[in-house]
Design a protein around this ligand. Structure first.
Ligand code: AN7
Length: 368
């Protein structure tokens, strides 16, 4: 008898969890792939949808809030959903190298999937403004990391030109396959909840993800799998809020470096999403972001990166507008481990250090 069978028999377990094949195989008929597409996957997707009761209680009115914890993807962010598609299609088209500009997560994901597909990757990042975990990932996965004296918007312009000039595939969210892969997050939400939420709260940088979610919601709606469409509520950091202010921000600033973007490439798509979904774009300041970030960690045991906490901060800011008994999903786009510096600097816990290794001193420090 196999070990697995023994465990199942002895403990009365009927079935172990079903194997998740990665989002392309899981949602193949909804995606532009054929049997000839080589699928480059790290089994991304199927991330948990977790109720966050402390947030629901802060709002009251019978509102139920969930987080879609996409920081649990293989490289720790939602970018993996788009990257498995972009890299698979690049492989299908015989491409040998990919390039992206990034505030960090795209570069980590591109580097990982490129290597898995046997390709070279180049990543342009704003020097000094990428969180340590993300930089570490790009380096470890073996990308050519090019740090520029400029911001994300400068980097994006350069990679767009380079990809026109040389045989390198651009894997930023202007690549349509990225959006296709990322729309599966909306499918997963409806598959879990049985219906679309009333509101989807999401942080916006380049606005690729809000575009992708809306596409996914509309596709399920069109096929009758869901009976309603959510209002799309997009949030930006107040120092970096081109979509809220409706103007290009030359020098965007925020502690949430992932969304430190002043000229979003999917601007027109984002405006369309807002109009079609009767949504709303709102900004939250860095303090509101960090408060929400700490709230999730301390009340719920959920560690996301600062940019992701903008979705919770934004929801709380709109508290008075939330309809009674509504179901709300906030997207947590990236893992808290991505940015250990902010975590250590901005937390409210006290670290008692330099303690002598004896029971008396430790007991005293514990308050006994
Ligand atoms: C954690 O990695 O743009 O609105 O270069 O890393 O689709 O741009 C990251 C964006 C939200 C915004 N949350 O998503 C990059 C990059 C996290 C992110 C966003 C990003 P979009």
């Amino acid at each position: 008898m196999s070990i697995l069978k023994k465990i199942q028999t002895n403990f009365g377990v009927k079935k172990t969890h079903t194997h998740w094949p990665g989002l392309i195989k899981a949602y193949k008929k909804w995606l532009p792939v054929t049997d000839k597409t080589p699928i480059i996957s790290l089994q991304e997707g199927a991330t948990p949808l977790i109720p966050v009761n402390s947030v629901s209680e802060l709002i009251g009115k019978g509102v139920k809030v969930y987080v879609k914890y996409d920081g649990l993807n293989p490289t720790g962010s939602f970018k993996d959903r788009g990257m498995t598609m972009a890299i698979s299609k690049a492989k299908e088209n015989k491409c040998e190298a990919v390039i992206c500009a990034s505030t960090g997560n795209t570069s980590a994901s591109a580097a990982a999937y490129a290597k898995r597909g046997g390709m070279k990757s180049f990543v342009l990042i704003p020097d000094g403004y990428v969180a340590q975990g993300k930089l570490a990932q790009a380096l470890v996965y073996g990308a050519e990391v090019l740090a520029i004296k400029g911001n994300f918007d400068d980097a994006l312009k350069i990679v767009q030109e380079l990809s026109n000039k040389y045989p390198i595939t651009l894997v930023n969210s202007v690549n349509p396959y990225r959006i296709q892969g990322q729309k599966t997050a909306a499918f997963e939400l409806i598959d879990s909840l049985g219906e679309a939420p009333d509101w989807l709260c999401i942080p916006m940088g380049n606005a690729g993800n809000i575009t992708a979610y809306w596409l996914g919601f509309k596709e399920y709606f069109k096929k009758g799998i869901s009976k309603k469409l959510p209002r799309m509520m997009g949030f930006q950091a107040s120092g970096s809020a081109p979509l809220v202010l409706n103007k290009i921000i030359k020098n965007p600033e925020t502690i949430a470096t992932a969304i430190r973007i002043g000229n979003p490439v999917n601007k027109n798509n984002a405006i369309k999403v807002k109009e079609e979904s009767k949504g709303k774009f709102t900004s939250v300041d860095d303090k509101e972001i960090i408060d929400a970030y700490n709230l999730l960690a301390r009340e719920e045991g959920i560690f996301c990166e600062p940019a992701s906490a903008a979705s919770i901060a934004g929801l709380l800011k709109l508290k008075n507008e939330i309809p009674t008994n509504s179901k709300i999903v906030c997207v947590l786009t990236g893992n808290g481990l991505k940015d250990p510096d902010t975590a250590i600097e901005k937390n409210e816990s006290c670290l008692k250090s330099n303690l002598e290794p004896n029971i008396n001193e430790i007991s005293k420090a514990m308050g006994f």
